[in-house]
Design a protein around this ligand. Structure first.
Ligand SMILES: [Zn+2]
Length: 238
């Protein structure tokens, strides 16, 4: 506990701009699974799609800013390891990239989350699938961490989310992906990173129609460009 509090150095962006992009899941942990065909032979894993999008965001953003990935291969990385990397590279911002899933195959849309406490039922479902690596005692300790980090970062993260949202809005509309807006959520990877940041859920893997759209190279590229532009707009203002 003492160690945890000592290590609670919260980093707020200053002059040096370093962005850490975090492709969700990896290795044994596939995240959500979807199928491109009715026979369920053409499978798409969230871990692969999130890596594809994250790499494209890095490509775009690194034109103007120092960027790193928490993983560039298909390998398992714990939430804590992802957060430790933020310290190692002295990241100013942490961007976690995910895709959504629902038991309702009609579930669809694009969401941006920033770290904050909330009591929204729909958000809780997303939180559950993205916070899988943490349990029991760890969760209690992390609740203290969450409160402290929220206090220090929420205004920055909300502003970052608004900038990114502004840029992605026309893109998702062009692909007929519903814009579900910006929401607060309790994502431990954001809390553990101790930085302003956000987590995107860039469409529903579980919706076969939407999966065809979000699996397109062009969608990922256009979206990456918009996310990078939003991040840049935020950094320019700082
Ligand atoms: Zn995920």
């Amino acid at each position: 506990m003492k160690f945890l509090l000592i290590s609670l150095l919260i980093s707020i962006p200053t002059f040096a701009k370093v962005v850490l992009i975090d492709p969700g899941h990896g290795g044994e942990e596939s995240g959500a699974v979807g199928y491109l065909d009715a026979k369920k032979t053409r499978r798409v894993y969230e871990k692969d799609l999130s890596l594809r999008l994250a790499k494209r965001v890095k490509e775009e953003l690194s034109k103007t800013t120092t960027t790193y990935l928490t993983r560039s291969l298909d390998r398992q990385v714990s939430l804590q390891e992802r957060a430790d990397l933020a310290d190692m590279v002295k990241a100013d911002l942490f961007l976690s990239v995910h895709f959504n899933s629902s038991t309702n195959p009609k579930g669809h849309g694009f969401e941006i989350y920033y770290l904050d406490n909330n009591s929204n039922v729909a958000a809780s479902k997303v939180e559950r699938s993205e916070n899988l690596n943490l349990k029991g005692e760890e969760l209690i300790v992390n609740q203290i961490l969450v409160d402290l980090v929220v206090q220090q970062t929420v205004s920055h993260s909300r502003e970052l989310a608004a900038k990114v949202h502004e840029k992605i809005k026309p893109v998702v509309k062009g692909y007929k992906v519903i814009d579900r807006g910006v929401k607060p959520g309790l994502f431990y990877v954001l809390a553990l990173s101790k930085r302003p940041g956000l987590l995107v859920e860039a469409g529903f893997i579980s919706n076969p129609g939407e999966l065809h759209t979000i699996n397109q190279e062009k969608y990922l590229k256009d979206l990456a460009r918009a996310i990078a532009a939003g991040v840049q707009a935020y950094l320019d203002k700082k």
